[in-house]
Write a protein that binds this ligand. Structure first.
Ligand SMILES: Cc1ncc(COP(=O)(O)O)c(C=O)c1O
Length: 397
């Protein structure tokens, strides 16, 4: 008699994410012929620049098709170090299969059961899951809209314990779009100087999608470089989510430990994607400003259109391509069917079924009472989708 399948403890702890749940519900409605508009995805709707695709083609034709070095090709690591925006060297760079794998490598290489990771909420959902897989403890710190969704030095100080290993800092942030000004990064660094056991993982993947000046944590606090890992990649800036190419820049002992972990999972990132990323970093950059301008136009429209709906408050994000409005004003209202909206998840479910618009509830990001809408979609879709959210919201009383 074969034994029933049993998941490992670490796999069992991973729940179906709220984002997956919403996408599946939206897909179910779509499959039944309903014209659902989904604003759930975190990827640019632009194509990868043609010169990047051409570089990949040339690399494949030139025979760059063997196993690449696990840490990343020397040429790509040199280009990454050269454009980092702070002093670093190629030996401090690891290239991975997406920024997500960089984070996963870092946590698998450093965390033991009992270790804690401080994560300002709202946060990208995968942080929580990767911490779970690494068998460590997520320590979420509420960063409400009133604080601009930013971690304050006081809240950081209060969250640090002897078990803290990492502080996650994501700027511009997913889902809030909030950006840390240099002065606030310096104020956080001041706290960290008093706690030398705490390392910083600065996720700067949205660096180039920013509507105000960007400061890297490493530029704000270069004296903490020996315990900082900066994560970045080509996914968002160059519309290359499917190429799966990201990198980490950090102190060499950490990078070596991460290379050891990666060497036993995926090995080096795809040789063709590395050639493409090299072209993205060293080739023309004009698409960055052009796309930023388009994202900004969509942000301005989205913030003003959502802000016009009674019950929704939409702060203006400074970067990335998400808004994270409050739907607290909808809680307690009744739907035409007589159900009561008791949470952000109820509101999103109602908007999906009544308005045929897929949004992600804030509780997925550790800050209930909100929802996330990605505006990396065509303007016509945003116009139509927000009109539907408004019409469905008006039916609540
Ligand atoms: C904050 C943040 N970090 C990292 C990633 C992952 O990037 P990649 O697609 O390069 O793995 C994402 C993707 O959504 C993200 O939102």
């Amino acid at each position: 008699m074969p034994q029933a399948f049993r998941r490992s403890r670490r796999a069992a702890a991973l729940e179906l994410s709220e984002i997956v749940r919403i996408s599946e519900a939206a897909k179910g409605l779509k499959d039944s012929g309903k014209p659902v508009l989904s604003f759930g995805t975190g990827e640019p709707d632009f194509p990868t620049p043609p010169h990047v695709i051409e570089a990949a083609r040339q690399a494949a034709l030139a025979g760059d098709t063997g196993y690449p070095p696990t840490q990343g090709t020397a040429a790509l690591r040199a280009a990454i170090a050269a454009q980092a925006g702070f002093a670093t060297v190629p030996a401090s760079v690891i290239v991975s299969t997406g920024a997500k794998q960089v984070i996963s490598n870092a946590f698998l290489a450093t965390l033991d059961p009992g270790d804690e990771v401080i994560v300002p909420a709202p946060y990208w959902t995968s942080y929580a899951d990767i911490i779970t897989v690494s068998e460590a403890q997520l320590v979420p710190v509420r960063c409400p809209a009133a604080d601009g969704f930013l971690l304050t030095p006081e809240a950081l100080e209060a969250a640090i314990t002897p078990n803290t290993r990492w502080l996650m800092l994501n700027t511009p942030g997913n889902p809030s779009g909030a950006m840390y000004p240099a002065a606030q990064l310096q104020a956080l660094a001041e706290v960290l100087r008093r706690h030398p056991h705490v390392w910083v993982l600065a996720d700067e993947i949205y660096q180039h999608i920013a509507y105000q000046p960007f400061t890297s944590f490493c530029a704000a606090a270069p004296d903490l470089a020996a315990r900082t890992l900066v994560v970045n990649g080509v996914s968002k800036a160059h519309a290359m989510t499917g190429w799966r190419l990201g990198w980490g820049i950090g102190p060499e002992p950490l990078i070596k430990a991460m290379v050891a972990i990666q060497g036993q999972s995926t090995s080096g990132a795809s040789s063709i994607s590395q050639a493409a990323a090299l072209a993205a970093l060293t080739g023309p950059q004009d698409h960055l400003a052009a796309r930023n301008a388009e994202f900004r136009r969509r942000r301005d429209f989205t913030v003003s259109a959502l802000g016009g709906i009674a019950g929704i408050t939409c702060p203006e994000p400074q970067g990335a391509f998400y808004v994270f409005p409050s739907c607290e004003g909808m809680i307690g209202k009744r739907t035409p069917d007589g159900a009561t909206i008791t949470s952000d998840a109820d509101f999103c479910e109602y908007i999906l079924n009544q308005g045929l618009v897929a949004l992600v509830p804030g509780r997925a990001f550790g800050l209930p009472g909100h929802f996330r809408l990605s505006y990396a979609y065509a303007m016509e879709d945003l116009r139509e989708g927000i009109a539907r959210i408004a019409a469905a919201s008006e039916l609540l009383n």
